[in-house]
Ligand binder design. Structure first.
Ligand code: F6P
Length: 362
């Protein structure tokens, strides 16, 4: 039996409640644990805001989006007395371990809290962006891809009705997992990702050539973090919030306007934004979140402190948080090759794909 805390940190993500629920069910029923949930991520630890969690308290949360605990990007090192206050709360609560459900930044904070002896932690990889290394998939990604794919499917029919180019901006600040998967699943003409800086002239050319073949509707998927190749196009620097977090969003508008100017074809833009993060998780994400939740509380009891739970070769395992730090998981080159065999043309300087779409539809 242990007193175990849970917090959700960083941007929200479908499946957070399913993880918390699984931690609580497994912790209470299997390990006889006493569970507490901190409000608004580390802010709750610093400010002493928390609640007891039990199986009853978690009823009805499996399919619910968002996080019943609230979240924030606050961490103990942001203020002079943050660490001291966090230590005081942890002592007061009598915590044996803390499960931190978070993305890149939040897992780095968890690792620091663990190594500096503030509290023993287990990390759970969360983000719709799917950019956490050492795990094949973060929970929330499948839901985001499903939402983006459905949006692209819908945009195909309106694009075809009006002979328009549709630019769809999806999330993905450092990597293009959502864009690549939704681009493949939705039959995009072109997909632009942060991993492969693009030349807008080449994008316009692809669209123009497609029109010349009588295909008047095109879908261009753009990850919010996609950037032009040096010397091809200037972009304004994004604003930065008080956590040093760049506010992305807007590249879709720039790409759409450039395509319209360069081709003369009517172009519209759809920015999916936080719609990709809100609402109910898919069945896959509910299962993955539940598996991560059970594994994380098991890790607390079975020597996994300082680890992150991960999906490898389809199985849940633990990896040291230290191995996760300092790098991101980018789109695998083999998947990018598959995508490029299906898109109208490659934009990364490699030989053009031979596949040629026969219809405006995927
Ligand atoms: O990290 C996930 C993510 O969805 C990014 O793709 C996006 O840039 C970011 O969150 C936006 O978060 P917020 O609007 O909460 O700052």
């Amino acid at each position: 039996m242990a007193r175990v805390g849970v917090l959700t940190s960083g941007g929200d993500c479908p499946g957070l409640n399913a993880v918390i629920r699984a931690v609580v069910r497994r912790g209470e029923r299997h390990w006889g644990d006493d569970l507490v949930g901190f409000h608004d991520g580390w802010a709750g630890v610093i400010e002493g805001r928390w609640q007891a969690l039990d199986v009853e308290a978690m009823r009805g949360y499996l399919a619910r989006g968002g996080t019943m605990l609230g979240t924030s990007r606050v961490h103990p090192w942001m203020t002079d007395d943050g660490v001291e206050r966090a230590r005081a709360t942890l002592l007061d609560v009598g915590l044996d371990a803390l499960i931190v459900i978070g993305g890149e930044g939040s897992l780095a904070t968890a690792h620091r809290a663990h190594t500096e002896g503030i509290v023993p932690v287990v990390g759970v990889p969360k983000t719709i962006d799917n950019d956490i290394p050492c795990t094949e998939q973060t929970f929330g990604f499948d839901t985001a891809v499903s939402i983006a794919t459905e949006a692209i499917d819908r945009l195909h029919t309106t694009a075809e009705s009006h002979d328009r180019v549709m630019v769809v901006e999806v999330m993905g600040r450092h990597v293009g997992h959502i864009a690549t998967w939704a681009g493949i699943a939705g039959g995009a003409t072109v997909t632009l990702v942060p991993e492969h800086p693009f030349d807008i002239a080449a994008v316009a050319d692809i669209v123009r050539k497609r029109h010349e073949r009588g295909r008047y509707a095109s879908i261009v998927v753009v990850a919010e973090g996609a950037r032009p190749a040096p010397g091809t196009m200037e972009l304004a620097e994004p604003e930065v919030d008080r956590f040093g977090h760049k506010r992305l969003g807007g590249i879709g508008m720039v790409v759409a306007s450039e395509i319209e100017q360069r081709t003369g074809y009517e172009t519209r833009v759809t920015v999916l934004g936080h719609v990709q993060r809100g609402g109910s998780p898919t069945a896959y994400d509910r299962v993955l979140s539940s598996r991560y939740g059970v594994a994380s509380i098991d890790a607390v009891h079975e020597g996994g402190l300082g680890d992150m739970v991960a999906l490898q070769a389809g199985l849940i395992t633990c990896v040291p948080l230290a191995d996760v730090m300092g790098h991101l998981k980018t789109v695998d080159d083999r998947l990018w090759d598959v995508a490029n065999a299906l898109f109208e043309a490659r934009l990364d300087g490699r030989p053009p794909a031979s596949a040629d779409s026969e219809s405006a539809s995927p």
